[in-house]
Structure formats: C-alpha cells, structure tokens
Ligand binder design. Structure first.
Ligand code: NAD
Length: 237
C-alpha cells in the first residue's frame, strides 16, 4: 500500500474541521500531521495531532495536502502556505471573492488545487442533471432555493451559485432564494417552471460528514498529482 497522504487541516476548530479530524483518524489513506485554527490552541497536541495557530504556520511539519474549511479571511494565508511548501490544496471555503478565485487559478500552475462548493457525490450528480434539464427546457423559469443552519455566513450558498452556473450553461437564467433556519445541514432545490408544469430537482444533506468524507477522499486522490486546477468530478465521477 502507498504511504498515507500527510494532511494539514486548516479551520480545525470549526464544525467541518472537527468532522475532518474525527473521520481522518479512522482512515488508512491519510494521516493528519497538523491542525491549524485561528486562535492559539489551549493544548499543543490533541489525540496525537500537533495544534497550531494561524500565526504559527511557519513551524508546521512537511505535509502533502492542506484541507481548508475556514472563512474567506483565512483563505489567502493557506493558499500561500501550500505554494511555499509545494503542497496540494483542497478547499471547501465558500464566499471567496473573484480575486481569490483568480489567485487559485494562478496557483494551479504550480500546485494541485481543488476548490469545490460542495464535496458530496449527490451534488456532483445533481449538477449534471441540472445542466441537462436546463438544456431541454428552453425559456422555462429557473429558481434555486437553498436552506442552511442559522450560523452560515454567506448567501446564496456556494453550492447554489455552482448549480446556477450549470443552469446557465444549459441556457436558463437562475434566480436565488436563501433560507436560514435551525440546524439544517444543507438543502438545494432547483425548480424549473413552464406553463402548467414544474420540475423539481432536490438534494438534502442530513449529515455534514458527507462533505468531510468527500474532502478526505479528494485529498487522498490529489496527493502526489501534478499542478492544475482540479474539479470534484475529475476525482469522483
Ligand atoms: P465554522 O464557523 O464552524 O468554522 C470556521 C473555522 O475557520 C474555525 O476553525 C475558525 O477558527 C476558522 N477561521 C475563521 N477565520 C479564520 C481566519 N481568518 N484564518 C484561519 N482560520 C479562520 O464553519 P464551518 O461550518 O466549519 O464551515 C467552514 C467553511 O466551510 C465555510 O466557508 C462553509 O461555508 C464551508 N462549507 C463547505 C462545504 C463544502 O462541501 N464545500 C460544506 C460545509 C461547509
């Protein structure tokens, strides 16, 4: 068997970071060598994983892939770190601005870089279905309704915007609506409406572990690959 990919988890103290650490511990294909959080950690090593604050990343050990689930304000630093170390980056941070997406494009000339608004297999398939349906239904209205927990900061969600791009590629002009309620993990409905009929394509994530598992699989498959901007579909489908 190949050596496990050495991972750095960025945003380790967050909801996704905690899921990544818990699930990585049970996998033979990855080994977490550093957990990075915004604030100074209260313990230096937790369950065998060295902990670092963002300001201390010059001291992190060698790693093959960083997995980043943080906030846009933290993204530039982890992208720079990966380029300095020649490591790959898997990022699921949503709400990145155009300049950050362009920086990711530029980084793809030097490192393997994958950013995805959603790491679930079901949403990867939903994107394909949306584009096919949009192409087959010219002139129909297209509305994307997304629901998430009350702590989510960006709206519409990155996944809704990515699905909207697929609808546009099929020729429709999407509109967006966002709901923030309770502890909803993530739901996306793409509704296409004609005269006297309506098509609804829906994905519901009930457990955020699906995103963490997808990001870990992507990281393990990206480790050791050459420079480029990769998509989830390149690694999963
Ligand atoms: P969270 O608020 O629970 O955690 C955010 C983490 O980022 C924390 O560890 C925090 O310390 C860290 N952070 C904040 N600012 C930072 C900075 N300036 N530098 C470094 N670290 C910083 O959020 P969450 O629910 O874990 O979600 C994290 C991100 O992942 C969000 O952007 C969310 O939209 C996205 N997300 C993506 C997917 C996907 O499949 N792509 C799925 C779920 C969540």
């Amino acid at each position: 068997m190949n050596e496990p990919a050495r991972l750095l988890i960025h945003g380790a103290s967050g909801r996704m970071g905690q899921a990544l650490l818990r699930l990585a511990a049970g996998r033979p294909d990855v080994r977490v060598v550093a957990a990075v959080s915004r604030s100074r950690p209260s313990q230096r090593v937790v369950e065998g994983v060295p902990q670092f604050a963002v300001a201390e990343t010059h001291g992190v050990p060698a790693f093959d892939v960083a997995i980043d689930f943080s906030l846009p304000a933290g993204f530039d630093a982890v992208l720079a770190l990966c380029q300095q170390r020649g490591a790959a980056l898997v990022s699921g941070t949503t709400g990145l601005d155009q300049g950050q997406q362009q920086a990711l494009d530029a980084a793809g000339e030097r490192i393997a870089a994958l950013w995805a608004a959603n790491f679930s297999l079901g949403v990867a398939v939903l994107g394909d279905l949306v584009q096919r349906a949009a192409a087959a239904l010219p002139g129909w209205d297209c509305d994307i309704v997304e629901s998430h927990h009350v702590h989510k900061k960006d709206a519409p969600s990155g996944t809704a915007l990515a699905l909207g791009m697929r609808a546009e590629a099929g020729g429709l002009e999407p509109r967006y609506a966002s709901l923030r309620a309770g502890d909803i993990v993530g739901e996306h409905m793409v509704q296409m409406t004609g005269t006297g009929e309506r098509l609804e394509l829906v994905h519901r994530a009930t457990d955020r572990d699906v995103f963490a598992r997808g990001a870990l699989l992507a990281a393990s498959r990206l480790a050791g690959r050459g420079p480029g901007r990769y998509r989830v579909a390149d690694l999963f489908l």
